[in-house]
Every structure is written in structure tokens, then in C-alpha cells.
Design a protein around this ligand. Sequence first.
Ligand code: G6P
Length: 369
Amino acid sequence: DEIEKGGYEHFMLKEIFEQPNSIADSMRGRLDAKNARLTLGGIREQADALAEANRIIIIACGTSWHSGLVAEYLFEEFCRIPVEVEYASEFRYRNPVINEGDVVIAISQSGETADTLAAIELAKSKGAIILGVVNVVGSSISRASHEGAYLHTGPEIGVASTKAFTGQLSVLTMIVLSVAQRKKTITESKFKELLQELESIPDKIKKVLDSNDKIEYISSLFKDAANFLYLGRGYNFPVALEGALKLKEISYIHAEGYPAAEMKHGPIALIDEEMPVVFIATRDSSYDKIVSNIQEVKARKGMVIAIVTEGDVLIPKMADHVIEVPRCDEALMPLISVIPLQLLSYHIAIMRGCNVDQPRNLAKSVTVE
Ligand code: G6P
């Protein structure tokens, strides 16, 4: 056990720190930014079906469902294909409409989640093409899929998913970009630019990991909070959901993730000086809007922790604490902006004496309903 933890105190911390490497592993042999080439060996026969899909249905559970939400934004922006992201457990018990030409993408770290597997079988029986985005090679979901792409991020031991999430984002982004290139819904220059950005993600994550001590300090200030709110917009909205999920899974603090603009339809009623609000407020097309949301929280005396792009001078004047992340195209920002949230939940959980690698009541892979 100790050897496997490679000098880290917990698998979760090891896996968080592994991400520069695990993301590079997910791109190895696939992404060649210099020559503007992207090769996904696992999606060949169905590549046309995917590019010509009338609709994509993404099926997943838990953290994998969050990476599915990011993929929805990516597919719609770069491929102009309508996407639905479904909880496998809901999808399988509805009478879902599946039409010819629909493609299902099933996302699963373990490849063994019972609900996801059952949803795949249902979609398959109605004639859908199934592509798997899976970490565990040879798992049930990878076998049930027609084709797919493995994450290649190595085994994930900590129950709370970290490196599998970023591995999923990396692989899903590569799938999206290869479809966009095929469909010509992306310009050559944007395609090249995003490949270069993707290639630089591991180094940018290293920079975020350098803020670990600062994040540990911020964690010490909020470890006794009873509730947390996480807010983000656009590509950072699924990151808000994932940040809240990480915190509740391992620290047992009640946390909710919301699209920042939805705050006024409910969560704003909860805000007072006892309520820490984590904003994922990096420089992107909704920056001005999220700045207003931060002001709304401060006006109600909420405590604001903001994830910002390096060099931001405005938000540090409003927020109680800021954590900087490197600049990055907004479409790839979730790969970076989720890292400080993983560390925040880790440190808070440790300070509360929780078992981060095996949180109570949770299983790494949910193979029963
Ligand atoms: C469990 C795990 C989560 C995971 C979810 C889906 O709840 O604790 O970390 O996100 O299952 O698992 P999968 O293996 O299908 O991604």
C-alpha cells in the first residue's frame, strides 16, 4: 500500500498530483500539435456515424456525468451537433426516444457501473451506436461498446474521482476536435490552436499544483463550515458541480453546485456570513456576468473564494480569497480549474479527520442498482 502511494499520504493526493502525467498519457500517440494531427485509433469504423450523427446522447453517472456536461458544450460549440446528457439511471427507466443516426457516448471510469451498462444495452436494443469512454481496459462497458477511446490514465484507487475526470475531459476534447475537423465546423487555425493548448495543459496543471500550500491554508479557514456553494458559468458550470460533489463525498460537508446565474432563483436565500461561496471565475466570455454574481454574494456578506485567471486585478479586490490558475482557452479551462477544487476538498477532509480514500457509504464502482 505504502509503496503504491509513491510517498503520498493518500491515493487521492497522489492521483491529484499525477494529473500532469496522466493527462499527457491520455494524449500520447493521439495528439500531434506540431503537425496538427489527431488520431483516435479506437474510433475508426464509427467515425463517420459520429460525425454525421443527428444527435449525441451522453450517458454516465457521478463525476463521469459532469465530464459529459463539458462534452455537451464542446460538441455543440465545435461540431454543431445537438447533445443530451443523461443520468444512466433515469435514462434506462424512461422510454427514451432513440432515432436512427443517434450516437450514444457512455462515459465510465470503471467500466462497470450497473446503471450505465443497462442504459447502453437499452440504447443498443433500439439500434444506437455505442462509443465508450472508459478507463479500465477490458471492462464490461468497453466490451459492450461498438468502439471507443480509453483514458489511459492508469488505475484510480481513491474513491473520489480526480485523474479520471481530467482524463475524460482530455479524451472527450480530442473526440470533439476530430469530429469538428472531419465536419469542417472548426477552422484550421482554431483546430491547431486548441491542439497546442491541449498539449500545454500538463504544464499548466503543474503550475496550479504549486498553489497547494495556499489552498491548504484556505482550507484551514473553512474546514468547519456546515455548507458550501459552488458557482460557475459556461464551461465552468460543470466544474462547480464537480467541486461540490468532491467536497461532499470526502468531507461530508453539504455542498451544492449551481450555474451562477441560477443563484437568484434559490440559493441566494442561503447566503449570509456563514456561507462560503466558491466561484470559478476565470477570464472567459461570461467573466463580466460572474463578476456581478460575486458582487451579489458580497452584498449579502457571503465569504467568497474565487478561482481566477492569473493577472486578474478586479476579482481579488472583491473576493476574500483567490486562487490563480494559468490562462487558457475557455473550452479547455475545466481541465485546469477543477484542480484547486480537488485540493480544497482533499485538505478540508483531512483536517476534519475523514478517510479520503474510502469515504463512508461510497463505493469506487457501483455494480448494483
Ligand atoms: C461512483 C464513484 C464515483 C464515480 C461514479 C461513476 O459513485 O464513487 O467516483 O464518478 O461511481 O463511476 P464510473 O466508474 O461509471 O465513472
